[in-house]
Each structure stands twice: as structure tokens, then as C-alpha cells.
Write a protein that binds this ligand. Structure first.
Ligand SMILES: Cc1cc2nc3c(=O)[nH]c(=O)nc-3n(C[C@H](O)[C@H](O)[C@H](O)COP(=O)(O)OP(=O)(O)OC[C@H]3O[C@@H](n4cnc5c(N)ncnc54)[C@H](O)[C@@H]3O)c2cc1C
Length: 253
């Protein structure tokens, strides 16, 4: 299928690209995309693939939650509410699919998708969490995730939902791909960006938000080249001043 990434991606950058739709469990060498909330796609990306809506499902089996990788996070939260399940509340303000969340070990503060994960289904069968190397906004999963399998614990928390909602208050409204950089150990990417004078700074149509310095936002007509230019510039400035190498959280392809 043809996907126009200027419309599809959360940062609203990219061209129209042919993307293979995968609707059964199989191996693929292509770069697999979820809902493109963490992607910055160049004008000439590598071959891409996306899972079909066949992988948008939630089932309870053997006392575990089986969630298709293309299921939107919001649907998972609604399910958790309905079935009184705990520990998935943080997904309510985290845009994307379960596959993308697992690959990124997405989360907010101490709440991360791996906390509650039991294992994943890949083309090689089930892989248990204990056999996956993962950390802050990172997992070492090479193939396609077709399903996430989660522990079930009773007790959906409306209190936690409200708390998480309030944590999101300083989130920019402009199109973005979430946090641009991972927080370096013991520091904050946003603080470093601000310290080198890049909070609110723009190149072309892309800039670091006035509201939250670590959010790279598209002011309208931002391009891939604008985004890469400002990312490289701020990394160089932060290195020059603090000798800290900022590592991108957004995936550039
Ligand atoms: C406004 C905004 C706020 C955000 N806030 C947060 C936040 O608080 N915390 C946070 O962690 N993130 C945040 N993000 C980033 C984003 O929401 C997460 O990274 C999300 O998990 C990405 O999911 P996706 O489906 O869009 O994946 P994509 O962006 O499409 O892909 C992300 C990565 O996952 C891989 N991937 C996707 N699907 C699969 C699959 N089935 N199998 C294997 N690999 C796969 C891709 O190859 C890519 O490497 C935010 C983004 C936005 C736009």
C-alpha cells in the first residue's frame, strides 16, 4: 500500500512510499513500522513493511493477555478499564501500537511496557521476557513482534490514570515524534538542549519546542533535512559544552 508519511507520521514529515502489508506470521528483511509516532522518515527510506489489521486484537488465554502488535495503545487501556486490569494505565497518553511500544520499551517515568510483559510472539515462536535484553527505551528484538503477551493483575487504577494525565500537561500540541533524545544517565536531554540555547530554536520548519525542549516539533512545512540539521547541530553544541553525547530516541530511517 502507498503511505503518505506527511499525513501518517506523528511529526508529519515524509513522502509517499510503497509499504508492504504483512498479514501472516513470516520473516521479513524490511524495516517494520508501527504507527510512526517515533519515526523520522527520509525521502529515500529502506524497504518498509507494516502489519495488517489482523494483528489488531486482544484476547485472554491461559490467564495471560495476548495483544496483537498492531493494536493501538488506547484500545488496550479501554480493555484494561473494562476488565479491571492493572499496570497498563500509562499507555493512555502514549500514542502508537503495542509492537512499537515493546520495541521501544516505551513508558513514562517508572512505568514501562516491559514491567508487565511476559513474552512476545515472533516468527521463531514465543520468546520470554527473561530471554530478551532490554533497558531504558531499548529492547534487543531483531525480528517482527507479532504479539505481546502480558501478565494479568487485577485493579485498574483511575488514580494512576489521572496522575499520568497530569504528567502530560507540558506536552507540545504541534506535530512531533515524542522525545527527540534519550535522557543521559543522571541528567535530562531537555535541560541540556535549553542550556545550549536550543529551546524554541528553529531551522526551517522544524525546531525544539518552547514548551518542552526535548520535543522536536514541526511548525508546518518542516522537512527531513531541517530535522536532521537541527538534531546534528544541538548534539554538537551539547558535546562542546558538556562532553555529553546525546543519543536519539527517535528512529531516523
Ligand atoms: C506526542 C507524543 C508523545 C510521546 N510520548 C512518549 C512517552 O511518554 N514515552 C515514550 O516511551 N514514547 C513516547 N512517544 C513515542 C512513541 O509514542 C512511542 O515510541 C511508541 O511506542 C511508538 O509506537 P509506534 O507504533 O508509533 O511505533 P513506530 O514509531 O512506528 O516504530 C517505533 C520503533 O518500533 C519498531 N516497531 C514497530 N512495530 C514493530 C513490530 N511489530 N515489530 C518489531 N518492531 C516494531 C519500529 O521498527 C521502530 O524501530 C511519544 C510520541 C508522541 C508523538
Amino acid at each position: 500500500m502507498l503511505i503518505n508519511f506527511k499525513k501518517f507520521s506523528s511529526i508529519k514529515i515524509g513522502n509517499e512510499v510503497e509499504v508492504e502489508v504483512i498479514d501472516k506470521i513470516k520473516k521479513s528483511e524490511k524495516f517494520i513500522i508501527g504507527k510512526a509516532n517515533n519515526l523520522l522518515i527520509s525521502n529515500n527510506p529502506p524497504p518498509l513493511a507494516i502489519l495488517s489489521k489482523k494483528f489488531n486484537y486482544i484476547k485472554i488465554e491461559d490467564s495471560k493477555l495476548h495483544i496483537g502488535a498492531m493494536t493501538p495503545n488506547g484500545k488496550v487501556v479501554s480493555f484494561a478499564k473494562k476488565h479491571n486490569l492493572a499496570n497498563l494505565e500509562f499507555l493512555s497518553h502514549l500514542p502508537g501500537s503495542i509492537g512499537g511500544a515493546i520495541k521501544m520499551n516505551a513508558g513514562l517515568k517508572e512505568y514501562e511496557i516491559f514491567n508487565n510483559l511476559w513474552g512476545i510472539k515472533t516468527e521463531d515462536g514465543i520468546i520470554k521476557k527473561e530471554d530478551i535484553d532490554f533497558g531504558y527505551r531499548y529492547s534487543k528484538i531483531d525480528g517482527i513482534i507479532f504479539e505481546g503477551i502480558f501478565e494479568m493483575k487485577e485493579g485498574f487504577s483511575y488514580e494512576r490514570l489521572e496522575l499520568l494525565k497530569s504528567m502530560r500537561k507540558n506536552q507540545p500540541k504541534l506535530p512531533s515524534a515524542g522525545s527527540c533524545f534519550k535522557n543521559p544517565k543522571g541528567d535530562f536531554a531537555g535541560r541540556l538542549i535549553e542550556a545550549v540555547g536550543y529551546k524554541g530554536k528553529k531551522i526551517g520548519g522544524v525546531g525544539f519546542s518552547e514548551v518542552h525542549a526535548n520535543f522536536l516539533v514541526n511548525h508546518g512545512e518542516g522537512t527531513f533535512d531541517d530535522a536532521v540539521k537541527i538534531i546534528d547541530e544541538v548534539k554538537a553544541k551539547v558535546y562542546e559544552k558538556f562532553e555529553i553525547e546525546l543519543e536519539e530516541e527517535i528512529i531516523i530511517i
